[in-house]
Structures are given as C-alpha cells and as structure tokens.
Design a protein around this ligand. Structure first.
Ligand code: ZN
Length: 137
C-alpha cells in the first residue's frame, strides 16, 4: 500500500532533499530487500537522484533546464495557465525514481540522494507517494 508525505516548497524553482523522509518510510515498512518507488503527484514537479551534498548541483540543474526550456517561449500551454515550461521540464526529468532497498535501507551511492525538483512553486503542498515492494525471492 502506498504511503504519502507532503513537502512545502518556498521558491518558484527549487531542489529539495527528500532522502531522509523516504528512508524512514522504507525502515517503517519492514521491507529488508526490494524496491522503493517514489513519485510526485503533480505535473509541474519531478523526482531525481542526484548529489545531495553540494547544493550548487541543484542550482546548476535548474539553470541548465532554464537554458534548455526558456520561459514563455511561445509554448501553447501558456495560454491556459502560463506554466508550460514547468510541464516540459517535469516531463524531461520524470515524476518518479525507483531505488533498490538493501538490508532495509535505500541503496544509494555516497553522494546520491532523492531530490524533489519544484518547477512551478512555491507550493504549500507537494504530495509524494512512496511504495516499498519486497523482493519476490
Ligand atoms: Zn499548466
């Protein structure tokens, strides 16, 4: 059964480390070996795995996305609610990640973390779903 938690974002574009919260849900699940799927329930945010030690990485990611997908560059969806750039960036990054669970913990590299990427904030509530699935063998 999926578990949920909410994150408040404070900036229009922002990377937020959610590794600790997801790791606690994995521990609470009691699953020792399996997969953890993490998905943001929103079309203008994304989940990525990236370095969570140097905050400049997140800023650089956001800057690179700005260069690749400029705001209000003739996007058709801007006629609806003026946030086409956020939908496009969210589609490029993807809404979810799956991380191996090993010995009851997220299996991540030394500097890797799970990041929520806000692309159309600030939002009082970004809802994130987490499903921890035990290994079949
Ligand atoms: Zn929209």
């Amino acid at each position: 059964m999926a578990q949920f938690f909410d994150v408040e974002t404070l900036e229009a574009r922002q990377c937020l480390d959610i590794t600790h919260t997801v790791g606690e849900l994995v521990r609470d699940s009691g699953v020792r070996r399996g997969l953890c799927h993490v998905m943001v329930l929103g079309a203008t945010a994304a989940i990525v795995v990236n370095e969570n030690d140097d905050p400049a990485i997140g800023l650089d990611l956001l800057k690179a996305l700005e260069k690749a997908v400029p705001d209000h560059d003739g996007w058709l969806h801007d006629r609806v609610d003026n946030n086409a750039h956020a939908h496009i960036k969210a589609s490029i990054l993807g809404p979810s990640e799956t991380v191996i669970v090993d010995e009851g913990e997220l299996l991540l590299g030394t500097w890797q973390g799970l990041m929520l990427v806000e692309l159309d904030g600030p939002r009082r509530r970004r809802r994130i779903a987490v499903e921890v699935v035990p290994s079949g063998s």
